[in-house]
Write a protein that binds this ligand. Structure first.
Ligand code: SF4
Length: 395
């Protein structure tokens, strides 16, 4: 069963086509190298060894049973990568800038905002009604702005205080830096009082601002996201095809971080891992994943689920197909490659979706993996030829 709207966590895994799926949310997205190796080993022993980055910069792991998921959670808590209280852990949904403490252009107030919000949400049971998908993002500018990361509340510190906006709106309230945490908590209280709601987009934003005693105006800072790939301030970014890597890759990166970096790895919401302390790519051979080092690589626009042989529901190799299509075609927008109609990698509509079906491929245009087929059960080469033949290119 794939429950739409359900948000899997470490202690509440979700049943997926390839077993139980769960998430790990390291604080500030930082994983020390020894913990990364231990996590990778547990993922291989207890799950299917495949790890993915979520669009909030968390780790998603798959292929567990109920029993092995419980054992994995115990290990993650022992490693210090999660709060032992499940309810408290579920409320920790504050995404930090990946280059916090590394990028001198990043606003220095980010760390304090993230730490205080994360601690307060975890500690106070008054916030228990928040849905697991409800998330806060702190964007301090710099080399990797976070303002495009989907969230319910966005905080943007600048020289005049902090701008607070809701659900991607350009309307923002300005508060003083030392009032920003209280203002955010009041917005969350107003949201809970307006409920039961899951996401801020379901609420009346004007009413939420008013209930929190804030007056918004059109002033949110728009900072488009950039690829977190290549040399960055204080770190090197490695793009992961489809945001996926295998346990052996995480172990190899942990070794590299210890040998050449500051002995940590950082997760990002941009399908890339950062290695702090190195600014040039050393000779790097990951055992299983071809890391992306070119920010213009078309593979960055392909989203794929693990597929065969990692998922029992898949009859096709989604990752090989994604690489082949990216090499053969040019197109605008996202290409979604799904091992079956469940569409785990991208539940929303995409310009193009390839869906595995009985060892062949179905093409869906402007839809989800379970959408209406434009081509039905064809070899991949036939679909590539069909798309390449379009004189206007793939839309
Ligand atoms: S979409 Fe992919 S990962 Fe999800 S159940 Fe289907 S094959 Fe498995």
């Amino acid at each position: 069963m794939n429950r739409r709207g359900w948000c899997p966590s470490l202690f509440a895994p979700m049943q997926s086509g390839d077993g139980m799926l769960l998430r790990v949310k390291p604080r500030l997205g930082v994983i020390p190298a020894p913990e990364a190796r231990a996590l990778a080993d547990a993922a291989r022993q207890l799950g299917n060894g495949m790890l993915g980055l979520t669009n909030r910069g968390n780790l998603q792991l798959r292929g567990f049973t109920e029993e092995s998921a419980a054992e994995f959670a115990r290990i993650i808590v022992a490693l210090g990568l999660a709060n032992p209280d499940p309810a408290s852990e579920a409320r920790r949904n504050v995404a930090a800038p990946p280059l916090i403490g590394l990028d001198p252009a990043l606003h220095p107030g980010c760390f304090d905002l993230v730490r205080r919000l994360d601690d307060t949400l975890a500690r106070r049971t008054e916030f228990a009604p928040l849905h697991g998908k409800f998330g806060i993002v702190v964007d301090g500018g710099g080399a990797l702005p976070m303002s495009d990361v989907a969230c319910d509340i966005l905080l943007q510190p600048d020289r005049d205080g902090v701008l607070i906006s809701l659900d991607g709106s350009v309307m923002a309230a300005r508060v003083k830096q030392d009032e920003a945490v209280d203002a955010t908590l009041n917005l969350i209280r107003a949201f809970i009082a307006a409920g039961p709601l899951r996401r801020m987009r379901e609420a009346n934003a004007d009413a939420i601002f008013a209930a929190a005693g804030l007056s918004p105006a059109a002033m949110r800072l728009l900072r488009p996201a950039r690829p977190a790939i290549g040399a960055l301030p204080g770190a090197f970014g490695l793009g992961l095809p489809f945001g996926l890597l295998q346990a052996a890759d995480l172990e190899a990166l942990a070794d590299l971080a210890e040998m050449r970096g500051d002995s940590t790895l950082r997760l990002t919401p941009f399908r890339a891992l950062l290695i702090p302390g190195i600014t040039a790519l050393p000779r790097l051979a990951l055992p299983a994943t071809k890391a992306i080092t070119d920010p213009g690589d078309p593979l960055l626009r392909v989203q794929a689920c693990p597929g065969a042989p990692y998922c029992a529901s898949a009859s096709v190799n989604t990752q090989e197909a994604g690489v082949l299509v990216a090499a053969e075609l040019t197109w605008q927008g996202v290409l979604h490659v799904s091992g079956c109609k469940k569409g785990c990698a991208r539940p929303t509509r995409s310009p193009l979706t390839l869906v595995g079906d009985a060892g062949a491929w179905t093409l869906v245009r402007n839809g989800r993996a379970d959408g209406t087929a434009e081509l039905y059960r064809q070899p991949l080469t036939t679909i590539v030829q069909h798309l390449a033949a379009e004189t206007s290119g793939v839309r």
